[in-house]
Write a protein that binds this ligand. Structure first.
Ligand SMILES: *Cc1c(COP(=O)(O)O)cnc(C)c1O
Length: 459
């Protein structure tokens, strides 16, 4: 007797029913307009209401779906709710979300060309389009990784590997410490990358508007001493949406033979909008850049597009060598796993590809522009109110403001009220020790009208 396929891998009336129930759930979730915001829950509540689901015998899919629908899902915030404007929200198009279901249903291995050529080809079409917008040559290329944190780390690993190789070929010893330069307003993921890589960060000061300038990089370089391998500019800071002086910074990096990385996880999407495109002048100098489709390119979690000017430098740094992999690595094919700190990967660029193919680039330009317009309008409204003050002029779609006289506890109480009424999520933030709050607008359903309504409840 040979063994049978276990029941859970066979098609049965139960799996047929479950398939229909799951599709019905997904259909209902996608048709909400607007989706309920929902709210976080305590561990105690969830222990009381959703413990004991993992058992030897199983509870059945319909029952498990019921637990998710009635207890677990309502205990998760809908980050695509129009009033969710904290952190960086998400606002996937329907086409992108639908195609995420297809990706899940398709068991495509996205690490190698041999296994996933069709999907990898489509992902690369998207990366090539982004590279062209940014101004990188046709020979550039990269990979969709999980998020900007992994994208930044992977780019910096490639940068150091390249610098180490150059030193070795020049007969120079390794520096005591490797270092990279970024601004004081750069994203926290760079600090994480530095910790993982055991390298130092040289923080360059920003100007009065929160921007990294060429001058600041020059001073940082003068102080840094030996071992600098990269300069990182931020194309849209997470806190304020400020774009560094990319051309100045890039030119100084180039003239010092340093890798120039552009962290555009949030803001680089605004290169698509005609009114903000000029801010990104100089991106074409980048050796690598990232932009997160799950932030401002209307794709679902989780996806970061990571692109290198010269992908062979990334490949030299990242390719994994193992006996069972040799048949792939020796093929000469384009294997996405070679271009980042990853091996097995979901083809997470496909939802964006499908949505772009469906709607066309110009729909993306319009959607990004609309978010910027809303930021401008709410900025003007705030300027017109005597009790509110803009902390900085909005440049992209982040608006940071204070209510005069408010302490952190006031912002928190207001935030709690908005959340408990299901209106929105607007958590407190701070700048230089002063509490404030912030709208991050990346959802085309987030209207100026809705934001004004929220501001009218600040009392
Ligand atoms: C969000 C963000 C990151 C990190 O991206 P994740 O996808 O959250 O890992 C890095 N840099 C900037 C500028 C960001 O806004």
């Amino acid at each position: 007797m040979f063994s049978d396929t276990p029941d859970m891998h066979s098609s049965t009336p139960e799996t047929d029913a479950l398939r229909e129930a799951i599709f019905a759930y997904a259909r209902t979730r996608m048709a909400y307009d607007p989706v309920p915001l929902d709210s976080p829950q305590t561990l105690e509540f969830l222990k009381d209401h959703a413990s004991g689901t993992v058992t030897e015998q199983g509870m059945g899919g319909i029952q498990a779906l019921k637990v998710f629908d009635e207890v677990l899902a309502p205990a998760c915030l809908s980050t695509d709710h129009p009033g969710y404007v904290s952190f960086i929200p998400t606002a996937p198009t329907e086409a992108a979300t639908l195609f995420d279901l297809v990706v899940s249903a398709s068991s495509i291995y996205g690490g190698s060309w041999m296994e996933g050529a069709g999907a990898v080809f489509a992902e690369n079409e998207v990366l090539a389009w982004l590279a062209a917008e940014v101004g990188l040559p046709e020979t550039s290329g990269g990979v969709f990784v999980q998020g900007g944190t992994l994208g930044n780390l992977s780019a910096l690993v490639a940068a150091r590997h390249t610098a180490a190789g150059e030193r070795e070929r020049a007969g120079l010893p390794r520096p005591l410490r490797w270092k990279f330069i970024c601004s004081t307003e750069a994203h926290s993921s760079l600090k994480s990358a530095a910790a993982v890589m055991d390298v130092d960060i040289i923080k360059a000061q920003v100007d009065g508007e929160g921007r990294l300038t060429g001058e600041a990089v020059r001073s940082a370089l003068a102080e840094a001493g030996d071992g600098v391998f990269a300069v990182v500019a931020t194309a849209g800071t997470t806190n304020f949406g400020i774009v560094d002086r990319l051309r100045e910074v890039g030119e100084i990096a180039k003239s010092n033979n340093l890798w120039f990385h552009v962290d555009g996880a949030y803001g680089l999407a605004a290169i698509l909008a005609p009114e903000t495109r000029h801010l990104f002048d100089g991106t074409e100098l980048a050796d690598s850049f990232i932009v997160d489709p799950h932030k401002w390119l209307f794709a679902p979690f989780d996806a970061c597009a990571l692109v290198y000017r010269n992908p062979s430098l990334a490949k030299a740094a990242h390719t994994q060598h193992g006996e069972y992999l040799d048949t792939l690595t020796e093929s000469g094919d384009w294997n996405p796993s070679d271009y980042a700190y990853n091996l097995t990967r979901r083809v997470r660029g496909l939802p964006l590809w499908f949505s772009l193919a469906t709607h066309g680039v110009s729909a993306y330009r319009k959607a990004v522009s609309q978010n910027i317009q809303v930021a401008k309008e709410i900025g003007e409204y705030i300027r017109g109110r005597a009790d509110l003050r803009l902390v900085r002029e909005p440049e992209l779609s982040v608006v940071v403001f204070e209510k005069l006289g408010w302490q952190l506890a006031d912002y928190q109480a207001w935030s709690d009220k908005l959340l408990s009424s299901g209106t929105g999520l607007v958590v407190p933030s701070s700048h230089q020790g002063r509490p404030n709050t912030r709208f991050a607008i990346v959802n085309p359903a987030t209207t100026t009208h809705l934001l004004v309504e929220m501001l009218e409840t600040m009392e």
